[in-house]
Design a binder for this molecule. Structure first.
Ligand SMILES: CC(C)(COP(=O)(O)OP(=O)(O)OC[C@H]1O[C@@H](n2cnc3c(N)ncnc32)[C@H](O)[C@@H]1OP(=O)(O)O)[C@@H](O)C(=O)NCCC(=O)NCCS
Length: 240
């Protein structure tokens, strides 16, 4: 269990938490003070906190995606030492920011990372992925809406960019709901065996046009998307 509960002090933030103790003897439920050192923001179904070394241990044990098109999002197999190295390499980079998406039990259900963080231009590129058994339950929309508010209103950033595979309609739908607009497209290459089933299985016929065979593997069409602070603020006026 990787939630941080301690006696409240002035400035602590109250979160609704339902959790079983590490030895499973009792359950706690109610509003508790979450460690302000890691807490970032609270949504309706999730809260955001800093991504810690302990989160790497949870992440590498996530179940794999059933859909082979999402195998790129399966966590890698890492030894404890490799997890240390992974964490240090990612957390220490000045052009990255790592956030954990936690459910009301404090359980890690997703990762939200910023790369190409430019503190002078106030821009960054977003990446998000959830546990494979937590998709399509509204967590992603809630996490992104919560994060956008924090990014624009608290951090004061001006633009958030991302790219998304053309076949990934679910992710596009979520980005559209939060207010991202399409700004362009490009193709990205993947080495074998990524996406090879797209050309051999009939069920992928309707999305095959988003894939091209290249000399060294397969190229996948991606859309570029962007959300500006101005657009975010404008939408808040109408959505309350
Ligand atoms: C992308 C992701 C973060 C979205 O989070 P989520 O919690 O699954 O999404 P939500 O449940 O909040 O919303 C999904 C929306 O997409 C819609 N949707 C789902 N599958 C869809 C499909 N095949 N076509 C169109 N819309 C679809 C849902 O109906 C819902 O929209 P609605 O609220 O208007 O009904 C999550 O699915 C994920 O981590 N996927 C794997 C990794 C990934 O794709 N990352 C993004 C890379 S750019």
């Amino acid at each position: 269990m990787s939630i941080y509960i301690r006696q409240g002090i002035i400035g602590d933030i109250s979160c609704y938490i339902k959790a079983r103790s590490p030895i499973g003897k009792y359950t706690i439920e109610g509003y508790y003070n979450v460690d302000t050192e890691t807490f970032i923001a609270r949504g309706q179904k999730i809260y955001l906190r800093e991504f810690t070394r302990a989160d790497v241990d949870e992440w590498v044990n996530w179940p794999p995606h059933v859909d082979p098109l999402f195998q790129d999002y399966n966590p890698p197999r890492l030894s404890p030492l490799e997890r240390d190295i992974w964490y240090i390499e990612h957390a220490s980079r000045s052009d990255m920011m790592l956030f954990a998406i936690a459910d009301e039990d404090g359980k890690l259900i997703g990762r939200l990372f910023l790369r190409q963080v430019d503190r002078s231009k106030k821009s960054a590129v977003l990446g998000i992925d959830l546990r494979s058994d937590k998709l399509d339950k509204g967590y992603g929309t809630d996490a992104l809406q919560t994060f956008a508010r924090y990014y624009f209103e608290v951090l004061g950033y001006k633009v958030l960019r991302l790219d998304v595979a053309a076949f990934n309609r679910r992710a596009q739908r979520v980005y559209e709901k939060v207010g991202f607009i399409y700004t362009g497209e490009h193709w990205s290459s993947y080495p074998p065996p990524y996406f090879s089933e797209v050309f051999s299985e009939d069920k992928y016929e309707n999305i095959r046009g988003y894939f091209r065979r290249t000399g060294s593997g397969i190229s996948v069409k991606h859309y570029d998307m962007e959300l500006t602070r101005d657009r975010w603020s404008e939408r808040q006026k109408y959505e309350g």
